[in-house]
Design a protein around this ligand. Structure first.
Ligand SMILES: Cc1cc2nc3c(=O)[nH]c(=O)nc-3n(C[C@H](O)[C@H](O)[C@H](O)COP(=O)(O)OP(=O)(O)OC[C@H]3O[C@@H](n4cnc5c(N)ncnc54)[C@H](O)[C@@H]3O)c2cc1C
Ligand code: FES
Ligand code: FES
Length: 480
């Protein structure tokens, strides 16, 4: 990062549009060519714009297109729309039961807030070799469904990224969905990742999917991330496994051969030699997990056509930009005039003087700016104000009850000395409130995991965890 970059602001101006259909989005892309970019959750694109690596003149937000926000289960498999969030994919019962590798890849994401904001389409189209869902999708033989002015085409996810940051998409095309074929009888899959810390992208990740028949593997897919310019398949290892009886010997041999398909580099996250060694370990352990899971998959019921349809799109109403942002903030209806490059935390702090949300890193890594949008924890430093039109926004100032008393979580933070500094605490409170609403009785492990994207640099998390546990344990008399 340029040390002079000010990540508090999104400095350059651009036009912002929110089409409500794929055709409309594709027309905008066709007219504006390489000046336009698709915006989904913004957790990659807004960071790149803040760091001044890209400067599109038009952002085409696709979050209000209902067609892109569905998970659908068919006889032929599962289709997930491009804007389905990492959180919703990881929580989907069918995906968890049939495609363990994909569910595990989603669970490995950097933070609860990034899971909520980030989308599967953004993860694929960003074309990072470290993208977590991509190895899982490649191992599961998924296909990208692309729409452009001339209709639809399909590309295996394995061939979608052509170089870091580059894909097969033309300027006038967008990804609309990912199709994952039906899991075969006897199949099992797994995803594993090693990062520097829990809230980081991968040093190395790997996904495997196998089909078992008795004591043999009859089909095998292995994909490796962060060890080449794009996610790569480990062809030699796949071949070694599929012709032999599954044994410790062939497992070790496959893991060793997988290393030959990795061409890692030394960088800020790791050395090449460490990465090679980790490939061996992850492939070995992933294959063992996948083998153990074969046959455990929930049997596929005889389905007829469309079974599940989850609509999670935001309100789809066309509107003009700028000038007409309306939202409910801490229970009060507010309307504003905003520019496309105004960020939510700027509007909250500067226009509404709600200074609870703090500016820490400005690029999604510290959680200090966390607020709740429609009940979900969101990083206001990466959220365009325009994109929350019609939403219900809660900041730490709105956490107290309507009667003016503190929320039980705030009381617990005082009681357990969890208010360690004023900088991180508002974001931690907003994330913790979201956790308790989702899971009223979280375990210590769940709390620590949920808060992995809220950094505290002072005394650690012990008091914070104790405070949250005490609220969650109110109905459990033996826990304090
Ligand atoms: C703190 C932090 C932690 C992170 N941790 C992880 C992690 O653990 N694992 C991981 O894999 N990633 C991680 N990421 C990266 C990022 O969150 C994911 O890649 C995420 O899935 C991107 O989705 P998005 O919707 O936010 O994409 P956006 O930022 O909206 O878009 C990303 C790119 O894809 C393009 N795009 C998006 N949707 C489409 C579409 N439908 N058609 C065509 N082009 C499209 C955009 O133009 C842009 O170029 C992290 C990011 C941050 C800031
Ligand atoms: S300021 Fe938003 S995550 Fe750090
Ligand atoms: S709570 Fe802010 S540094 Fe620990």
């Amino acid at each position: 990062m340029n040390p002079m970059t000010n990540t508090r602001l999104l400095r350059h101006g651009f036009e912002y549009r929110e089409p409500t259909s794929v055709d409309e989005a594709v027309s905008l892309l066709a007219i504006r060519g390489d000046q336009a970019r698709v915006l989904a959750g913004g957790t990659d694109l807004v960071v790149q714009m803040k760091l001044e690596r890209v400067a599109p003149q038009l952002l085409v937000s696709v979050k209000r297109i209902p067609e892109l926000a569905e998970i659908a289960v068919h006889d032929a498999g599962v289709r997930t729309g491009a804007t389905v969030s990492i959180r919703d994919i990881g929580a989907d019962e069918t995906i968890r039961a049939r495609y363990a590798a994909l569910a595990e890849a989603c669970a490995a994401f950097g933070s609860a807030q990034i899971e909520v904001m980030g989308t599967i389409g953004g993860n694929i189209c960003n074309a990072s070799p470290a993208a977590d869902t991509v190895p899982a999708l490649i191992a599961l033989d998924a296909e990208a469904v692309i729409r452009g002015p001339n209709g639809e085409r399909r590309v295996p996810v394995e061939s979608f990224a052509t170089a870091p940051g580059d894909t097969v998409l033309r300027n006038d095309e967008m990804l609309i969905a990912v199709d994952i074929p039906a899991a075969k009888t006897g199949s099992g899959s797994a995803f594993l990742k090693i990062g520097r810390v829990a809230a980081d992208i991968a040093k190395v990740n790997a996904a495997v999917a196998i089909v078992r028949d008795g004591d043999r593997v009859i089909d095998c897919r292995i994909a490796l991330g962060s060890v080449a310019p794009t996610v790569v398949g480990a062809r030699r290892a796949e071949a070694a496994l599929t012709v032999n009886t599954f044994s410790a010997k062939f497992l070790s041999e496959a893991a060793r051969l997988a290393v030959e398909d990795a061409t890692p580099i030394d960088d800020v996250r790791s050395t090449a030699s460490y990465r090679r060694e980790i490939v061996r370990v992850l492939v070995h352990d992933g294959l063992l997990s996948a083998w153990d899971r074969t046959g455990q998959m929930t049997p596929r019921a005889p389905l007829s056509g469309f079974v599940t349809k989850l609509i999670i799109a935001r309100r789809a109403e066309p509107r003009n930009m700028p000038n007409d942002l309306r939202m409910t903030v801490n229970g009060q209806d507010r309307s504003f005039s905003v520019a496309p490059n105004d960020l939510l935390y700027g509007v909250l702090r500067d226009d509404l003087e709600l200074t609870g949300a703090k500016y820490g890193c400005g690029i999604g890594e510290c959680g200090a700016c966390t607020v709740r949008v429609d009940g979900k924890p969101v990083l206001s430093c990466l959220t365009l104000a325009a994109s929350v039109d019609g939403s219900n926004v809660t900041t730490v100032e709105g956490l107290q009850r309507p009667t003016g008393e503190l929320d039980e979580l705030q009381d617990a933070f005082i009681k357990h000395s969890a208010f360690q500094c004023g900088y991180c605490t508002p974001g931690i409170l907003m994330a913790a409130r979201s956790l308790l609403d989702e899971n009223p009785q979280p375990t210590e492990e769940t709390i620590r995991r949920y808060l992995r994207g809220n950094l505290c640099r002072c005394t650690g998390y012990q008091s914070i965890v104790r405070a949250i546990l005490s609220v969650g344990s109110r109905d459990r008399p033996n826990v304090r």
